[in-house]
Design a protein around this ligand. Sequence first.
Ligand SMILES: [Zn+2]
Length: 309
Amino acid sequence: MSSPAIITIDADYLRPKLAAIHLIIDNGRAAFVDTGTFRSVPIMLKALQDNGLTAADVDYVFLTHVHLDHAGGAGLLMQSLPNARCVLHPRGARHMIDPTKLSVASKDVYGAARFTQMYGELLPIAAERVVIVEDGQRLNLGRSEFEFIHTAGHANHHYCIVDHDARVIFSGDTFGLSYRELDTARGAFVMPITTPSQFDPPAAHASIDRLVGLKPQAIYVTHYSRVEGIEKLGADLHESLDGYVAIARRHAGKQHRTQSMVDELRAFIDARLDAHGVTRDAEFRHQLLDGDIRLNVQGLEVWLQQQGT
Ligand SMILES: [Zn+2]
């Protein structure tokens, strides 16, 4: 039994401390959890060097899911890692082996010009370098063992990584986001992530319960890094999910609903920030959260459309 070292690397995605890549090191062997985009690749290689490792010491690239802020740089990164295998959910694997569909879907969300600017060109990963993990499957790194659990809700191809000995979980986007700028004496502020196109409220609630039920000491979220006090954060996420869904339902069947949903979601989050003791002003909150609010509304609208409303 051992606890691996966990190093947080800023992916340099859009702004500082928006997206974290985690480097796990155990007994000289290493794994990355998520990869950011192509821009993150030199940062990850430097992080290896800074920690006395070489590219050959990396056994795994764990991709919690194949959204591009998590997996966009994986194809390029794999070219620099001679011994690494890329670990994926059964529903995500084919999209990394042939990223064509993923590019098309992401261009729908972001627009073609912005897509290229943000994600460049997605490179395929050879099928023989991909490991598919079923729910409950385990893999070893050094002396540590990690369990992969399937956690739908944010995306159908999402898994979380559990280290039972160290009592930590890497949750990707399953346990929401938690920006460190919003920490207060009350602890971390969390909010769900409902980006297109597989948001599933009952599954999201169930996945949060599953993570909380494992009683981890800490969870590492991609946006951004380590949070503690998991039981309370789980309750916060359940409440917020209900709030998001209520806003969406109020707009069911309405036309030109996007701006109204953005306004309501912003007001909902603002009230929760106030209750959390966040004293930062509207401009700061706008800079920090507006991109997420818009993406979350997009996801809620796709969900409404899927319900036929
Ligand atoms: Zn994400």
